[in-house]
Ligand binder design. Structure first.
Ligand code: ZN
Length: 492
């Protein structure tokens, strides 16, 4: 590695250590912080954010980038990957004027409170001016960076290389096949035993999910799982912090939340550890990240083979609570499909339609085809078209998600991209590793994890989202694998 690349790597890693401390403080805030200590935590986090910003915008990073850029295409491939991503990140941090950054921070805080109040009051007009300002700022941010399209920029932030036109093409095809499939699946619904899964002691749930996630391959010597209101996974391969939540009357929620977060954790633990904090040791983007969590949560842990191994253990851990529930009934409960108005409660079939809805509205808002004031009517019409349900009020419609209050446009599509990519990887790995489902029936996941390690994790950010999918599966992202998988699993 050239001296400029070595200096760049050292500077990026230093900034990343500061970011990791911030992340740890934020984890602690959600898991352990005493209620009256929030103000102190605010000071600590603000100071660290300042130190991180100074480290990540240090002029020496700019100097190293200029030297690497002068070497151009003659530099080794890994140095070019470093240069390309570090340049993008550096420009985002240095090209936005301080006045813009301050305005955005102020708006995020005001808009969050306005959104929370509007949602409680089921009153969209209260939130509308803040949504308008977030939209204006998002467009201005792209302009300041010299990027022609605000929504393309918003999407690229989460999934490098993706554009609105590309996602529109994918979602149009998905919608065409998934809307009728979801209707058929919902129409064939059989009764589940969800009501029988009550009074499951939390301590036993904790032990059970620990056994499952350990078997999947999560390295608890470099990570842990705790409890928070909303499950998440933070940290990096040196130290992963996952969370779940427990409800004695809903043991599947804690288990599947933990498996989902374990999927994220396994990806982070599989990134090349010596490169953590640099683009060679970072995740590609949110869509790929989500493909890892979804693959373990859905393709693996909702399969019959998976439960052939775990069902007797589940039954024994919670005896006699499952005495009246057969294997098939338990499996049906694990795979329950029921359309709902609320995205976060959606099953894996209809979830994608919630995302298509949000993408279509964001696309129209950025294009200027939809006025902010008309969002509720447009939302309700799409909800009826896609899900067959119309919200009774905006609280269960366009005000349900926090994302827009923080100006996090372009974020939702990653969830659906993740589902599409997970299904595409699934059929690829089934062909590559014959007998894989027999492994699951025996409680073994090492071959699957090993394949994901070499195909996805170890590559870091060397390829962009769709390039990586093409490299692994032999074709670009296609919704047809997800439609096939949902049809096979849910009998559409
Ligand atoms: Zn996730």
């Amino acid at each position: 590695m050239s001296p400029a690349a070595e200096t760049l790597v050292a500077d990026l890693k230093r900034a990343n250590v500061l970011a990791s401390v911030s992340s740890l403080l934020s984890w602690d805030e959600q898991v352990h912080l005493p209620p009256a200590s929030a103000a102190r935590r605010g000071e600590q986090s603000a100071l660290l954010a300042e130190l991180h910003h100074a480290a990540a915008t240090a002029p020496r990073i700019g100097d190293s980038l200029a030297l690497l850029e002068a070497a151009g295409a003659s530099a080794p491939a890994d140095e070019q990957v470093l240069r390309r991503h570090a340049r993008k990140d550096y420009d985002r941090l240095t090209k936005l004027p301080a006045e813009f950054v301050r305005e955005k921070a102020r708006l995020d805080s005001e808009a969050y409170h306005a959104w929370a109040e509007a949602r409680a009051a089921k009153d969209f007009p209260k939130f509308a001016p803040f949504l308008q300002r977030q939209l204006d700022l998002a467009k201005r941010e792209a302009e300041l960076l010299g990027l022609p399209d605000g929504y393309d920029y918003a999407l690229d932030k989460h999934d490098p290389g993706m554009t609105a036109a590309r996602i529109e093409a994918l979602f149009t095809e998905l919608k065409r096949d998934l809307v009728p499939l979801a209707r058929r699946i919902a129409g064939n619904r059989q009764p589940t035993k969800r009501d029988a899964l009550r009074g499951f002691p939390v301590e036993a749930q904790r032990e059970f999910l620990r056994a499952v996630t350990t078997a999947l391959g999560f390295d608890y010597s470099r990570g842990r799982i705790d409890v928070s209101l909303h499950p998440f996974c933070s940290g990096d391969g040196h130290d992963i912090r996952m969370t779940t939540r427990f409800d004695a009357d809903n043991p599947l929620d804690s288990l599947f939340s933990a498996i989902h977060e374990t999927g994220h954790g396994l990806y982070e633990q599989g990134l090349p550890r010596e490169w953590i904090g640099t683009p060679l040791g970072e995740a590609v983007g949110m869509g790929i990240h989500e493909s890892q969590s979804r693959l373990w949560e859905n393709q693996v842990a909702r399969s019959t083979a998976f439960w052939q191994h775990w069902e007797p253990k589940f039954r024994a851990a919670f005896a006699p609570r499952l005495d009246g529930v057969s294997f098939d009934e338990l499996l049906r409960t694990v795979n329950e499909v029921a359309p709902t108005l609320i995205r976060v409660d959606a099953d894996e079939v209809t979830y994608n339609l919630h995302i298509v809805l949000r993408f279509e509205l964001e696309r129209r808002l950025f294009r200027g085809d939809l006025a902010v004031a008309d969002v509720p009517a447009a939302w309700n019409a799409l909800s009826q078209e896609l899900l067959g349900l119309t919200p009774a009020h905006d609280g269960e419609g366009c005000l349900q998600d926090i994302h827009w209050s923080g100006g996090a446009f372009g974020y939702f599509p990653s969830y659906c991209l993740g589902n599409m990519i997970a299904a595409q990887l699934w059929y690829t790995v089934l062909a590559a590793l014959p007998g894989l489902e027999a492994d699951f029936a025996a409680g073994r996941y090492g071959r699957l994890l090993g394949w994901l390690r070499t195909q996805i994790h170890e590559r870091g950010r060397r390829l962009e989202t769709e390039e990586l999918v093409r490299a692994v599966t032999g074709e670009g992202i296609s919704p047809r694998h997800l439609v096939r998988y949902l049809g096979e699993r849910y009998g559409g």
